[in-house]
Structure formats: structure tokens, C-alpha cells
Design a protein around this ligand. Structure first.
Ligand code: E4P
Length: 220
């Protein structure tokens, strides 16, 4: 299972890369907007920081515009993945990018039927948004389960399931249990995965007991 970070904050990405847990990055127009920086500059910096795939989302909605923006992104760096919305034009562009050998992340997936279309359009990744489904009272992880079930019936589908809109460490565990290929998460969720109060308490107790011995592990 791969971990992508869902942010356009280069400082946070740089720090997380040092953990060794960052396999790739996803961005979207809202994340670029919150960075307050030009998209081209941000994407180039991210692509230099991580060797894995970096999703860059188009904002055009017509086919020609999506193709132009996607081809522009693909030239920025060799690890760019063009991110397109799950719309008829997005899926037409997905088919074309895929035929040209450009990897595509199909985003804003909220149903298993949509995920089926993305796989048939040759998507490299499908991004079901689980948190946003939870937000409207549905169970986002059920969607992941359905997509994994469908894709497993058709081994010729090469589309990887990229669980997105992750809001908690529990979401990461849930989708990992279903065998998703990738989970993309905000930096704070990656940090949360480390945490358990019994780890902190256990370490405090071990160190207090060790202190009492007056020993040191390394010879003086
Ligand atoms: C995925 O690629 C999206 O950028 C992201 O996961 C959306 O998450 P949100 O619902 O927290 O905005």
C-alpha cells in the first residue's frame, strides 16, 4: 500500500519526505489556492522533492481545455499525473491521455458506477472521496469496498484505487484492510498514524526505570 500526501504545502512535504513514508503527492485547485503560490512553481518544487507520482488537477471543463492543461502539466516534470474530474469530458480526456502514455488520476468519484467508467477509460488511479460521503451521512468506506470488489472481478483493469478525502487514521486503517493500492491523506493524518497514548506512557515508564539503574548502553 502506498501513502500519498494530500497537500500543496512544500514545507510540510519536505518534512514528511524525511520520514520515508511519502510515496507520492496529490494536489487539487483548493489546495493550490491555500498555498497562495503560482501553481507551476509549486508543482515543480513538489516534483523535485518526491520521486513518486504528483497529481496536478486541471481546471478546464471542456475536452480541448482539459487536454491542453493536462499536456502542459505533463511537460513540467516526468512524475506528473494529470488529474481530471469524473465528467464525460474528463473521461474522454482520460482515454486520450492514457493512449498517449500519460498517467491519469480521475478525481471526485462518489459511486461505484463512476469508478467502473474510469477503469474502462484507462485511468491509472481512481479517487473515491470517502470523507465527503461521510459528511453527507453515507459510509464512504462502503464505496471503497464496492470498487475493490468490482475491480477484482476484472483482472484486466489496471486502475489503482486511491482512497481520498481521508479524515482520520481510522479511515486509513479501514481502507488498508480492504487492500486499496493508495491512500492520500493530509499531513496531520500521517502524523496521527504514529500516535497511541500507551506508546507514550510505555516509553515514559521504560525511561524512568532505566534512569534509576544509572546505566548507559554505550561504553564511556
Ligand atoms: C484527493 O485527491 C483530494 O485532493 C482530497 O483527498 C480531497 O479531500 P477533502 O475532501 O478533504 O477536500
Amino acid at each position: 500500500m502506498k501513502f500519498f500526501v494530500d497537500t500543496a504545502d512544500v514545507t510540510k512535504i519536505r518534512a514528511l519526505v524525511e520520514t520515508g513514508f511519502v510515496d507520492g503527492v496529490t494536489t487539487n485547485p483548493s489546495l493550490i489556492a491555500s498555498s497562495g503560490r503560482p501553481i507551476q512553481e509549486v508543482l515543480k518544487e513538489i516534483c523535485e522533492l518526491v520521486t513518486g507520482p504528483v497529481s496536478a488537477e486541471v481546471t478546464a471543463t471542456d475536452l480541448e481545455g482539459i487536454l491542453k492543461e493536462g499536456r502542459y502539466f505533463a511537460k513540467l516534470a516526468s512524475n506528473i499525473v494529470v488529474k481530471v474530474p469524473l465528467t464525460p469530458n474528463g473521461l474522454k480526456a482520460c482515454r486520450q491521455f492514457s493512449d498517449e502514455g500519460t498517467p491519469v488520476n480521475v478525481t471526485l468519484c462518489f459511486s461505484a458506477g463512476q469508478a467502473l467508467l474510469a477503469a474502462k477509460a484507462g485511468a491509472t488511479y481512481i479517487s473515491p472521496f470517502i470523507g465527503r460521503l461521510d459528511d453527507i451521512g453515507e459510509t464512504g468506506s462502503d464505496l471503497i469496498h464496492q470498487i475493490m470488489e468490482i475491480y477484482s472481478q476484472y483482472p484486466h483493469f489496471k486502475t489503482q484505487v486511491l482512497a481520498a478525502s481521508i479524515r482520520s487514521a481510522l479511515h486509513v486503517v479501514e481502507v488498508a484492510r480492504m487492500g486499496v493500492h493508495v491512500a492520500t491523506m493530509p499531513p496531520k493524518i500521517l502524523h496521527q498514524l504514529y500516535q497511541h497514548p500507551l506508546t507514550d506512557k510505555g516509553l515514559t515508564d521504560f525511561l524512568a526505570d532505566w534512569e534509576k539503574t544509572g546505566q548507559s548502553i554505550l561504553p564511556a
